[in-house]
Design a protein around this ligand. Structure first.
Ligand code: ADP
Ligand code: MG
Length: 282
């Protein structure tokens, strides 16, 4: 794709949303197949939820999409281009990530961390210009972290760190994002805000989520991984079912469309009646 088109900016200020293709990707680490021939396609501007039990390979797949890992076979395509053939700085203008491991190399303030999102847009050694500062301040504000701007990133709570990393991805202005459990550590309001934000930006997104109710509420499609393989993909209605919860997660649950929204809602069945709990006064 022409660079000018790839760099186009949408109404939300983000780059144009990309078409993301994962084609028959396998990832092998030290002889173990962590991702096993996974294919998925995300149309521009669509939000896909990636769910599945711990160890299913979700983070490994997202790191492969973000080119932090090289697939043993298969390809990751952004607008039809193999991500390994796109120069890193160009890729970073088009693809942003909120990944989980936030290594301790952040002896930086919150502002500095978010400012890192501007790096791919700058010439070597250039400082932040007024536009950069506006974008950084806007991202801090969007994620509700302006008061923490001068705080050392390392000192923040898990939820605050998570919001700062989302702000960094926002400042990057890429049209495609991968997010690995971005709602981890966030309170309910910030969970909703973060996922609403991703939708409002109009970016193409793949989001690993643990909470199936959140995934069903915010995602266009849901992909389920188990043991390195993609075992189901479809709309929330198609995928979030009691059978899936039994087969993939091995839990007993009811799934019913919410009476007002129609969105499938999961209720886990603990098997312990309320009457048997000491604090129950009903
Ligand atoms: P998920 O994000 O779905 O919980 P991961 O992608 O983090 O799953 O991990 C998938 C499997 O790969 C797990 O069994 C994990 O222990 C293993 N794994 C992840 N990273 C590595 C690594 N660098 N070396 C060896 N095994 C790994
Ligand atoms: Mg993970």
């Amino acid at each position: 794709m022409a660079d000018a088109e790839a760099g186009a900016v949408t109404d939300s200020g983000m780059g144009s949303p990309g078409a993301l293709g994962v084609e028959d990707v396998s990832v092998v680490v030290r002889g173990r197949t962590l991702v096993d021939r996974v294919s998925l396609h995300v149309a521009p501007g669509k939000v896909v939820g990636l769910v599945g039990p711990n160890g299913a390979g979700k983070s490994t797949l997202l790191r492969t999409v973000y080119r932090a890992l090289r697939p043993a076979s298969g390809r990751v395509l952004l607008d039809g281009e193999d991500v390994w053939r796109i120069p890193p700085k160009h890729l970073a203008r088009r693809l942003a990530a909120v990944l989980q491991e936030t290594a301790g190399d952040f002896a930086l303030t919150v502002y500095d961390v978010v400012a890192m999102g501007r790096t791919p847009h700058k010439r070597a050694f250039a400082g932040d210009d007024a536009d950069d500062r506006d974008i950084i301040t806007g991202a801090l504000d969007e994620l509700n972290v302006v008061p923490l701007m001068h705080a050392p990133f390392d000192r923040l709570s898990g939820g605050e760190k998570q919001r700062v990393l989302i702000a960094r991805a926002l400042a990057q202005r890429a049209g495609t994002m991968v997010l690995d459990e971005p709602t981890n550590h966030l309170d309910l309001r910030h969970q909703m805000d973060a996922l609403r934000l991703v939708r409002r930006l109009g970016v193409t997104a793949v989001i690993a989520l643990h909470d199936l109710n959140l995934a069903a509420s915010f995602c266009d499609r849901i992909c389920v991984m188990d043991d390195g393989r993609l075992v189901a993909t479809g709309t929330p209605q198609e995928v979030v079912t009691a059978d899936l919860l039994a087969e993939v997660y091995r839990v007993d649950a009811d799934v019913a469309p919410h009476p007002r929204t129609g969105i499938p809602q999961v209720t886990l069945l603990s098997g312990i009646p309320l009457q048997e709990r000491s604090e129950f006064k009903g």
